[in-house]
Design a protein around this ligand. Structure first.
Ligand SMILES: [Ca+2]
Ligand SMILES: [Ca+2]
Ligand SMILES: [Ca+2]
Ligand SMILES: [Ca+2]
Length: 273
């Protein structure tokens, strides 16, 4: 475990989240009072945040500010799905309501109403987001875990999927990332039982170019460009200990960097805030 700056930042995030848990109604008071550092700019690196389903609050660590930022968005108990919907280089918020398959997206990292609301796919799917076509804008998509099928779209709107692809077996979890650094995100799946990732560089007729175990089984899979080299690598979030472990490469010999993000019982998110 390296003592990197990001790790210190996550310590601050953990403290901030714990504070909020004691006073859920004081979101404004928990915002950083003063940022004496440089003005926030979009990072080249992805950093993790967390979503508190019970409170409906996102916690992210904003570049240039060591403090975590809390944003109340939407109703509680939804599934977070974050992305750069407008292509400005900054990740913003989204929620998926599994019961009816509806998405609520915002281009801002602020509380308020969703700017895009639509339904995509069948209910009770697993949401993902990525820039599948390389236009620098992320779009949502869904994965049907029962059949191991991705339903990919390049627009954040209701309508049919533009690509339907079967990848993985039943009860795996989907991830998305630009594994080869070509500017387009593609898909992957995580087998919780064995802690094994299967990654494909293409979405149509997917084929695993990498199959490897990372971390202990039964964790939550994530992906991001942790080092800013333009390629995404996987990670796992242990909700029991609020620890994220990020992989240096997409192989079985990857080095893990571990840091605390949030507090136990939360859901990980990854972005450039
Ligand atoms: Ca954006
Ligand atoms: Ca796109
Ligand atoms: Ca790619
Ligand atoms: Ca990387």
């Amino acid at each position: 475990m390296k003592a990197a700056g990001t790790i210190l930042r996550f310590g601050a995030l953990a403290i901030a989240v714990a504070t909020a848990a004691c006073s859920p109604a004081t979101e404004t008071a928990n915002k950083p009072a003063t940022n004496t550092g440089p003005a926030p700019v979009a990072s080249k690196k992805d950093t993790p945040g967390v979503y508190d389903p019970a409170a409906g609050t996102f916690w992210v660590s904003v570049t240039g500010a060591p403090e975590a930022k809390a944003v109340q968005f939407g109703a509680p108990n939804m599934v977070p799905v974050v992305g750069d919907w407008n292509g400005d280089g900054v990740t913003s918020l989204g929620l998926y309501q599994a019961a009816d398959g509806s998405f609520f997206l915002s281009d801002k990292l602020e509380p308020g109403a969703a700017t895009m609301t639509f339904t995509f796919g069948a209910p009770n799917q697993k949401p993902i987001a990525g820039d599948w076509d390389g236009d620098n804008k992320d779009t949502i998509s869904v994965y049907a875990p029962q059949s191991g099928t991705f339903f990919i779209t390049n627009t954040n709107a209701a309508g049919p999927a533009s690509i339907v692809a079967t990848f993985g077996a039943s009860d795996m979890l989907p991830i998305a990332g630009d594994w080869d650094g070509d500017g387009k995100d593609s898909i992957g799946v995580y087998d919780s039982k064995s802690g094994t990732f299967f990654l494909s560089n293409v979405i149509e007729n997917p084929m695993a170019f990498a199959t490897f175990a990372f971390g202990a089984p039964n964790l939550v899979p994530v992906a991001g460009d942790w080092d800013g080299d333009g390629k995404d690598t996987v990670g796992v979030y242990d909700a029991a200990t609020a620890t994220i472990h990020t992989a240096s490469e997409n192989t079985a010999s990857a080095k893990a960097t571990s840091s605390v993000a949030g507090r136990p019982g939360l859901v990980p998110i990854v972005g450039r805030w």
